[in-house]
Design a protein. Structure first.
Ligand code: UDP
Ligand code: MG
Length: 181
């Protein structure tokens, strides 16, 4: 089944100089790269992206991690959209298990991730958990015109484009919040 996923090189991956390595690992698959974006993650984007974890005790630390505040603000991330056969399984195999200590040591997380003393998994990359999350996350992180193929239906009016079905309240529907990259 054709699926689409969001890959993010998280702030720890960027600071450790792993963006090229991550991209190379994905280039070795048959997945098609259809979107790429450098972003400074706002609190709003982080909270929307990780809405399913909002009640977890590590949520605040997780937001500090993904926004780059754990790294004195050096927190730009690279976000990529990929599509292809069995994309979730292939991408998550490259990433490895969520906890770097449990991840296959040949995976990205197993090779380069760590667990902080506060219990956050600094695990280098984000990969969508399933195809539904993949669609929601790509629509959250990308405008339709930033995706190079017709992945999901979009509408345009007055020179602006938007996803036709943005995926409910957990997905951004308006313009991007102002971001400083
Ligand atoms: N996370 C964490 N501690 C946990 C579970 C998750 O620090 O006990 C962080 C970790 O960075 C993870 C992210 O929260 O990648 C999202 O968690 P999820 O369960 O969605 O795992 P993933 O889909 O990223 O493997
Ligand atoms: Mg997840």
């Amino acid at each position: 089944m054709t699926e689409s996923i969001l890959l993010i090189v998280k702030p720890d991956g960027m600071i450790k100089g792993l963006a090229g390595h991550v991209l190379r690992r994905f280039e070795e698959t048959d997945l098609k790269l259809v979107g790429a974006r450098l972003a400074k993650v706002t609190d709003q984007l982080a909270a929307t992206h990780y809405h399913h974890l909002r009640d977890k005790p590590f949520f605040e630390e997780l937001i500090h991690f993904i926004t780059g505040r754990l790294y004195a603000g050096q927190g730009s991330v690279l976000a990529f959209a990929y599509t292809g056969e069995d994309a979730v399984r292939k991408a998550r195999a490259i990433a490895g298990a969520t906890n770097p200590e449990e991840a296959d040591y040949r995976s990205i997380r197993g090779s380069f991730g760590r667990v902080t003393t506060k219990g956050v998994f600094e695990n280098v990359v984000h990969v969508s958990s399933d195809a539904i999350e993949g669609e929601r996350e790509i629509k959250l992180w990308f405008h339709p015109e930033e995706i190079t193929v017709d992945l999901f239906p979009a509408i345009s009016a007055g020179g602006q484009s938007a996803w036709a079905d943005p995926g409910g309240p957990k997905t951004r529907t308006g313009p991007w919040p102002q971001e400083k990259v």
